[in-house]
Design a binder for this molecule. Structure first.
Ligand SMILES: [Zn+2]
Length: 318
């Protein structure tokens, strides 16, 4: 399997009026990618500018950031031509790698705008190199800029950042520097296209936690009533667990629970409610092994939420 390290640059409306008129918020104007083989040796490179069809003025911030002007783009091929060649160039057996989680979303959104064939009918498994960098070299949680990572690893900075070819190359070099094979267990999933039914829903097992990505529900209530959404079966062994803290939420978007598996001990459940591309609701749920101190944190969180709600109820309303 090859690695396709992808970077896109996009433009947006220069003024609010144009922005409101358009159904596509970000128009891709450059595709850069590096192809690495399974041993992460460089095989090939893809780079092309794109002639804009929607926004014919460069957004000022974008223009200054990426050092591109409209004249440079007007001689290029259109998105459909370039994207079509890019997908062919990717080949058959590959995994996308991007810095952060936006590029695959915008690529699919732009392809849909032009009614191109879908890259995938389900969520796309990929590597978020920004996340892998944090897991390999920092605290797993921080999200750094690409330039920070390049400085951190003392890689040579021979070209300016924020161009698709340069950023794809830098991201590929960061990827090459990750030595621990365990880091590569940390896949990400782009959810621009969600599972269409229960059978397609994703259940993924990582080193110490399980992740579930649901299909789309009409609303939050339907999502939270779903049996699979609320299920707290241990993802590590598949066995039923005993409840310690029932699902609760303080903000209506994130739900927490704690359960106990006879074999794997305490597990923390977290449900995130997210909006799908077509404005429905889907769920990303994780169940993760924890120590007793995290159980205390969760109990404090629930207590705090209850106190806040009690206070609000007793305040005179205006
Ligand atoms: Zn278990």
């Amino acid at each position: 399997m090859n690695y396709i390290v992808l970077d896109l640059e996009w433009n947006q409306a220069a003024d609010l009026q144009t922005k409101l008129e358009q159904e596509l918020a970000f128009e891709i104007i450059e595709i850069g990618a590096v192809k690495l083989d399974r041993d992460r040796r460089k095989l090939d490179m893809f780079h092309e500018l794109i002639r804009p069809q929607i926004f014919h003025k460069m957004n000022q911030v974008t223009g200054e950031l990426i050092h591109l002007n409209m004249e440079q783009l007007e001689d290029s091929r259109t998105f459909v031509e370039v994207a079509d060649d890019f997908i062919k160039w990717c080949g058959e057996d590959y995994i996308f790698c991007t810095w952060g989680n936006l590029d695959l979303l915008e690529l699919q959104r732009n392809m849909d705008y032009y009614n191109m064939t879908h890259m995938s009918e389900t969520p796309i498994r990929y590597y978020d190199v920004q996340k892998l960098f944090s897991i390999a070299f920092e605290d797993r949680k921080s999200r750094r800029t690409l330039e920070y990572a390049v400085d951190f690893l003392r890689l040579e900075k021979d070209t300016a950042f924020h161009r698709a070819d340069a950023d794809a190359r830098y991201a590929a070099e960061v990827l090459v520097r990750i030595e621990d094979p365990k880091v590569f267990h940390n896949y990400s999933y782009d959810t621009y296209r969600l599972p269409k039914n229960r059978a397609e829903e994703l259940h993924v097992l990582f080193d110490d936690y399980g992740k579930y990505i649901s299909r789309a529900f009409p609303d939050k209530i339907a999502a939270m009533e779903d049996r699979e959404v609320r299920s707290t079966k241990c993802p590590l062994c598949g066995e039923s667990t005993r409840r310690r803290v029932a699902w609760f939420t303080n903000n209506g978007r994130h739900y927490y629970s704690v359960v106990y598996c006879n074999e794997h001990g305490l597990l923390k459940g977290k449900i995130r409610l997210r909006k799908s591309a077509d404005n429905r609701i889907y769920v990303v749920k994780t169940l993760k092994q924890i120590g007793p101190e995290v159980l205390q944190d969760i109990l404090m969180k629930r207590k705090h939420g209850r106190e806040m709600r009690r206070e609000r109820r007793h305040k005179p309303s205006l």
